[in-house]
Design a protein around this ligand. Structure first.
Ligand code: ASP
Length: 336
């Protein structure tokens, strides 16, 4: 009897200890920042994505979250809607090719615990953001490029796909026919519609993904900002996330998305953070920007409170925002 009582007391004691332990573990291990943050939550979840294809991406992201997925699942499957859609000619299958007629895809993904994965110069798989997630979750590496990335994708079970559609080939042939000595390979005239997507889920976990076919008619082998952690995307579970679109070279030179997050870390509202970063982009890249009226760079950002930022260097940047139960397509303000 006595020993049974002691046994029960011990059991109760160990249950309480186990329960407390589990709580601490949960706080530290899974939501190390979000739940301990002082941030006054404005609104969760929040999804923000660049350009028109962001509308479908946000819708998919919401579906994923409502079915119990995380912010990371939301961005991976959200951007996949653009990767799979041949009408989106700047991302995934159907993207416009490089100068040689090859479609080469770049992507990266990052979660709220500094886990990151990236691939570049992918030519046989239409879902590079998902391949990037496999790099992040199943290898010790962050970035795999070229033939190695295609091999890795194949090993992971992604089907091999010819990424060049008839429409993209037609557009490439038209470009070849009209080429002149005045051509500027890196002019973003053709399109700058990479999808960058950021998600803040109900639990305060933040994640991002970026996926692109890069600038149309780029020099074979060129990689832009999109797959580069810190340039095209950066996520810090203690602060928030930022992503970019536009002329990647300008974003790489300034570590653009990292800079947005650092500004937010220092207390700036995301809108102010993207504006200050664009000022830096302008300062650093002035000689190229002044010469080219089509030179566009834009950032999106979200912090843990659910506040967002979006701005283009020039007029014309648009983004999709899912917040407070509404998915809206919005015009962003511009710096110049
Ligand atoms: N940032 C992309 C790149 O430079 C282009 C884009 O946004 O469409 O490859």
């Amino acid at each position: 009897m006595v020993s049974r009582m002691v046994g029960r007391r011990e059991f109760l004691k160990s249950s309480v200890i186990f329960g407390l332990g589990a709580l601490v573990f949960r706080k530290l291990k899974f939501f190390p920042f979000a739940e301990t943050s002082e941030a006054k939550v404005q609104s969760r979840p929040v999804l923000i994505s660049t350009w028109r294809q962001g509308i479908a991406a946000n819708e998919m992201g919401m579906k994923v979250l409502s079915e119990g997925g995380t912010a990371l699942d939301a961005v991976e499957l959200g951007v996949r809607t653009a990767e799979d859609d041949p009408k989106v000619m700047s991302v995934g299958y159907g993207g416009l090719p490089d100068e040689c007629g090859h479609v080469t895809l770049d992507a990266c993904i990052m979660d709220w615990q500094f886990n990151a994965g990236a691939v570049a110069f992918v030519q046989k798989c239409k879902n590079p953001a998902s391949v990037a997630r496999k790099v992040m979750e199943l290898t010790k590496h962050v970035f795999i490029v070229g033939e190695g990335a295609d091999r890795f994708a194949k090993m992971m079970g992604f089907p091999e796909v010819d990424l060049l559609t008839d429409e993209a080939r037609k557009r490439w042939l038209e470009w070849k026919r009209s080429m002149s000595q005045n051509d500027n390979w890196l002019s973003p005239e053709e399109n700058h519609d990479t999808i960058a997507m950021l998600a803040l889920d109900q639990q305060g976990r933040v994640a991002g993904a970026v996926t692109t076919s890069g600038l149309a008619w780029k020099i074979h082998g060129r990689v832009g900002d999109s797959p580069i952690i810190g340039a095209g995307l950066y996520v810090d579970g203690e602060v928030g996330a930022a992503g970019s679109t536009g002329v990647g070279e300008a974003v790489i030179r300034t570590c653009g998305s990292f800079l947005v997050v650092e500004y937010m870390r220092n207390g700036m509202h995301p809108q102010k953070a993207v504006e200050e970063t664009l000022k830096r982009v302008l300062k650093v890249n002035k000689k190229w920007i002044d010469k080219d009226p089509n030179f566009q760079v834009a950032f999106i950002a979200v912090n843990l409170k659910g506040e967002i930022g979006a701005m283009g260097l020039r007029k014309g940047f648009q983004y999709a925002l899912y917040k407070d139960g509404k998915n809206q397509f919005l015009d962003a303000p511009n710096l110049i």
